[in-house]
Design a protein around this ligand. Structure first.
Ligand code: FES
Length: 89
C-alpha cells in the first residue's frame, strides 16, 4: 500500500486529492486550486505550489517550465473610508 502524503499543509490536501483533480480535468495550478483549495491557505502556496506543479507536470506530460504560477490574493481586511479619503473622522 502506498502511503498518501499531505502536500498542502495549510488546507490539509493530500497528494491523492491533487492527482484526482488533475484526472478530473485540472491542467493548471489554478485548476487544481479551485478543485482542492490547495494553495488557498495561510502561506498562499509558498510551501505547496512547487510540489503541486511537479505533480501536474508529471501527470499531464507538460514541462515544469510550461506550468504558470497560480494567482494569489493578499489577505483582505476591512478599513474605514476615512483612511482612503485622507480625512480624519
Ligand atoms: S501549504 Fe498550501 S497554502 Fe500553505
Amino acid at each position: 500500500m502506498i502511503e498518501d502524503k499531505v502536500l498542502c499543509r495549510c488546507e490539509e490536501v493530500l497528494e491523492s486529492e491533487i492527482r484526482e483533480a488533475i484526472q478530473a480535468g485540472a491542467r493548471t495550478l489554478h485548476g487544481v486550486k479551485i478543485r482542492t483549495r490547495a494553495g488557498m491557505g495561510l502561506c498562499q502556496g509558498q510551501t505547496c505550489q512547487r510540489l503541486i506543479a511537479r505533480i501536474l507536470a508529471e501527470e499531464t506530460g507538460q514541462s515544469p517550465a510550461e506550468i504558470l504560477p497560480a494567482t494569489y490574493r493578499p489577505p483582505c481586511r476591512p478599513i474605514n473610508l476615512s483612511f482612503l479619503s485622507g480625512v480624519e473622522g
